[in-house]
Design a protein around this ligand. Structure first.
Ligand code: ADP
Ligand code: MG
Length: 729
């Protein structure tokens, strides 16, 4: 008997839901463990409070003196909540969060006294021994040290007994080594560019904030079951396993009632989120069995990104207590829906306007249209870059897998807005006649609010869709750090808005057009030149692939091809121009990602080879021996007649041998291919070789293993089966 599997099944089926009771109303808990406005007011001096506010709102620098005062207040607040340690909390390019805890505790120089200490220096900057974080060669070529620096725009928070201070992570020479640094630069670029454009419509606008509301999908699997599978444990997904008789065909899980164990987990998770100031709002079952989704109220993008990273951490920690493991992988199970992380994105002005929400007057609608069309133009001109920002080994399984957006980036806007664009396309060149202006105001721009209300034809197959008052980037993977996609999206829209402003100003000054005429003229040209990115049809269809090629859209199905777009000279120039990343930083990131891809496939190949040879083959042989014993026994009893009774067993014995041979041969070839790939010097070439030459063995090996799963006695099968992973409650 396969002890690990059956022990795990026993544990999983005998679990009682872990009890949980909320300690208070959500609103009473919200932000309790965050150094937010309220706690700042209570614990900071007036000057220190003002300093932080100015740093948050207008990016004003905090001097050392002030930092000392802020640190003092922060420490008092933290100590009042039983905190013992502090850490700079950052997001290196490993995809997880990093923290190194230091105690507040210190002793005097003679060691006779002890006290809790935390000064401005510790708040503002730390030098983690960071030589083992990915740096894409940056720290090899320059200086081997990196440092973290406080990001006052994202408030400090307490997790457990540690005060966590969100920071950026940069090399000694100033290059970004994390996700946050370029994101902050992109957010400031879009603020600047969008504010300028807003001024056409409202001179009072001083700041534009990019907003993000992510939706996190995940699987919850009993901890014992997850741990019984070396593939899940090491790679986060199942590398083999025959599909279960019941999968998601019945679609009976979606929005169904949440099982008690999972619900209790979610309740505790939500309480922790409340304390941490993560405004989670919705929870529901997803399409696949044991798949769920969590979504917050949207927030300023930097904060939302931090909150998503923090959430993923917290989810895993709370899962421990409930004997679950959270699977964030984009495709943990073959034949079952994968997980994504939709990124809902919009722009908000400091005058309280959602710039992607149609307004009440023609002028505010022209503002809406400007931001709406400029976003389309930005995506049109940079579709390959956007595709690259969501490229990972794990998301490759999901994109284009007929349940998730295809690997082709296109934009869905719905029928009504398509009509609006068609009407705008007919706007005359240059000056507009009074009649035309009136017509535009009354019949085109003026009609938008009404039409959007019934803009209900949401297209789930589109990777980038307009959903009434925001854009939804749906192709982002569930494991992703949102910063990757959000940096690119905000950067390209910033660049586009900057160009738009230049073009409109040129028409106003050069051709002496009125402001609205100039805007109409520029938008008309954008509409004409961005037709190929707009697609309203079925993104899963084969026809779309053909059509997309005809339109010249890229269709990079794998990460190694997609990532090339990140170092396209146009992209490097755009990031430089917008001060988001310098060429060294761009190259470094590309290099880290391409190497990470190779490493992921390498690990999967090793784990698969190991399971197939050391778990599956021995089991198959064991069962085959039982069959051989059986045949031998039948021969003893029936003599030469034995074949009549042992015929089926003999066929089985032969089939098992065939699959054992198949596994052994493919594993051997896979190893040889991998060894050859490892000799390649160029990381791009190595990644491509892994992708094109190594991955195909995965399917072959899996096919033989999964066939054996159907042949071999269930009692001795070592790997927890799909139905057990997916339907144990
Ligand atoms: P769906 O049908 O995709 O689940 P919802 O209407 O439930 O869409 O909204 C999904 C997400 O959109 C939520 O997480 C919400 O926070 C986010 N969202 C709503 N408005 C905005 C906005 N202006 N900016 C960014 N995100 C937003
Ligand atoms: Mg959504």
């Amino acid at each position: 008997m396969s002890t690990l599997r059956f022990q795990a099944l026993h544990d999983a089926t005998h679990r009682e839901p872990v009890k949980f009771e909320e300690s208070d109303r959500k609103s009473a808990l919200f932000g309790k463990n965050v150094f937010n406005q309220a706690s700042m007011k209570q614990f900071l001096t007036d000057d220190a409070y003002k300093g932080v506010q100015e740093a948050m709102q207008v990016g004003k620098k905090i001097d050392r003196n002030l930092a000392d005062y802020i640190a003092m207040g922060m420490k008092e607040w933290a100590l009042s909540k039983g905190v013992t340690h502090y850490t700079h909390w950052f997001q290196p390019l490993t995809g997880t969060t990093a923290e190194k805890h230091d105690a507040f505790f210190e002793t005097s120089y003679d060691g006779l006294e002890s006290f809790e200490k935390f000064g401005g220096a510790q708040l503002v900057q730390q030098e983690p021994d960071a030589s083992s974080f990915p740096n894409g060669g940056i720290r090899n070529t320059f200086e081997a040290r990196g440092y973290t620096a406080w990001d006052p725009t994202s408030p400090a928070f307490i997790f457990g007994t540690t005060l966590c201070i969100p920071t950026v992570f940069i090399s000694y020479t100033g290059e970004a080594l994390d996700y946050k640094t370029p994101l902050l630069r992109a957010l400031s670029a879009i603020d600047e560019a969008a504010t300028e454009v807003c001024k056409y419509f409202d001179k009072n606008v001083k700041k534009v904030t990019a907003t993000l509301g992510w939706e996190q999908e995940y699987f919850l699997i009993d901890k014992a079951l997850a741990n019984s599978r070396p593939d899940i444990l090491v790679t986060g997904r199942t590398l083999l396993g025959h599909t279960s008789a019941k999968g998601q065909q019945l679609e009976d899980h979606y929005f169904g009632s949440i099982p008690t164990r999972a619900l209790n987990y979610m309740r505790e998770l939500e309480q922790e989120c409340m304390l941490l100031g993560i405004p989670v709002k919705t929870r529901h079952n997803e399409v696949a069995p044991n798949q769920f989704e969590l979504a917050p109220i949207f927030e300023e993008t930097n904060l939302a990104v931090d909150h998503n990273s923090l959430l993923m951490d917290v989810m895993q920690k709370i899962a421990e207590r409930h004997h679950f493991k959270v699977l964030f992988h984009e495709k943990p199970f073959k034949g079952v829906n994968g997980s994504g992380k939709h990124n809902n994105w919009s722009l908000a002005s400091d005058t309280g306007i959602n710039l992607l929400s149609p307004g009440k007057t023609p002028m505010s609608n022209l503002q809406f249209l400007s931001f709406f069309i400029n976003t389309i133009k930005a995506v049109n001109d940079n579709e390959a870059l956007l595709r690259a920002t969501i490229a990972t080994a794990s998301n490759d399984h999901r994109l284009g897998a007929n349940e998730a957006p295809p690997a082709i980036i296109s934009v869905f806007i719905g029928e009504q807005l398509t009509n609006v664009l068609n009407n705008l396309e007919g706007v005359s060149d240059g000056k507009l006649s009074p009649e035309e202006k009136t017509d535009l105001k009354l019949n085109v721009v003026g009609k938008i609010p009404d039409v959007l209300l019934d803009n209900t034809d949401r297209n789930r197959t589109s990777p980038f869709a307009f959903t009434g008052n925001k854009w939804e980037f749906r192709a982002v993977g569930s494991t992703a750090n949102c910063a990757n996609a959000m940096t690119a999206l905000n950067a390209i829209v910033a660049k586009q808005l900057k160009d738009f402003k230049i073009e409109v100003d040129a028409l106003i000054e050069g051709k002496k057009l009125k402001k609205d005429e100039a805007i109409f003229n520029v938008l008309r040209e954008y509409i004409k030149s961005t037709k190929s990115i707009l697609f309203e049809g079925d993104g899963y269809s084969d026809e779309w692939e053909v059509e997309a090629v005809r339109r010249g859209l890229s269709n990079s199905k794998t990460t190694p091809t997609a990532l090339k777009a990140k170092i396209d000279p146009r992209v490097i120039a755009l990031y430089s121009e917008m001060n988001i990343m310098n060429p060294v930083e761009v190259e470094a990131r590309y290099e880290i990602e391409i190497e990470e891809y190779t490493k992921k496939i390498q690990i999967e190949a090793r784990v698969l080879g190991d399971i197939a040879r050391n778990h599956i083959i021995p089991t198959a042989i064991k069962y085959q021996n039982t069959l051989i014993e059986n045949v031998r026994g039948l021969k003893e009893i029936f003599g030469d007649e034995f074949e009549k009774t042992a015929g089926e067993q003999i066929i089985l014995i032969k089939q098992i041998s065939k699959h054992i041979e198949g596994i052994n041969r493919n594993v051997a070839e896979m190893i040889a291919t991998r060894k050859a790939a490892n000799l390649l010097e160029d990381p791009q070439e190595m990644a491509e070789t892994y992708c094109d030459k190594v991955i195909p063995f995965f399917d072959e090996i899996r096919r033989h293993c999964d066939k054996l799963e159907l042949l071999v006695d269930d009692e001795i099968w070592p790997m927890t089966k799909y139905r057990e992973l997916l339907f144990t409650r």
